[in-house]
Design a protein around this ligand. Sequence first.
Ligand code: E4P
Length: 220
Amino acid sequence: MKLFLDTANLDEIKAIKRWGVLSGTTTNPSLLAKEHSDWELQMKEICTEVPGDVSLETTESKADDILEQGLKLASIAPNVVVKVVMTPDGLEAGKRLIDQGIPINVTLTFSPAQAILAAEIGARYVSPFLGRLDDVAADGMHVLAEICEIYAVQAYETQVLAASLRHPMHVVEAARLGADVATMPYDVFTKLVKHPLTDLGLEKFDSDWQKLQQELKEGA
Ligand code: E4P
């Protein structure tokens, strides 16, 4: 399973990229709004920095306008994947973008039925939002499991991009169910690496090592 960062913040991207585990980035209008900067410049820098696909979301609502905006977004960099929302107009524009050779990510997907539509138009990614399903007392992980099962049975090539992940167990479960990609915020990435036993073990190794150095110094 590939790991993507869900952010429009360049420092976060640089930090996780240093770990050698970053395969792509997803953004959305809310994440861009948080940066309070010239989003186009910001996106150019992000696309240069990220070693893989960068999803940029369209904000128009009519198919013709989504298409026009999607073409502009795609011209920002060769690794841009245009995000379209799971609506009839989003699907129409998405299909027309695909027909022009532009990869798309169908976002705001909440059901297996919607995921079938994304696969049928030939999207590169479908993004089921697990955390937001959990927020309304639905079972995000169950929806992801159904999508992964259907995609396997139908041999769909669209990649399942588990999104709206809120904690490390979301990531672990998504991997177990066979998601192709997990996108997560910076704080979830940093939680993935943490374990109290790692910290305790490191502390003990450090103190034993220091003791040995002291003994050697005193014996010399
Ligand atoms: C994915 O592409 C979305 O940007 C993201 O995962 C949404 O997450 P949220 O529900 O935490 O806002």
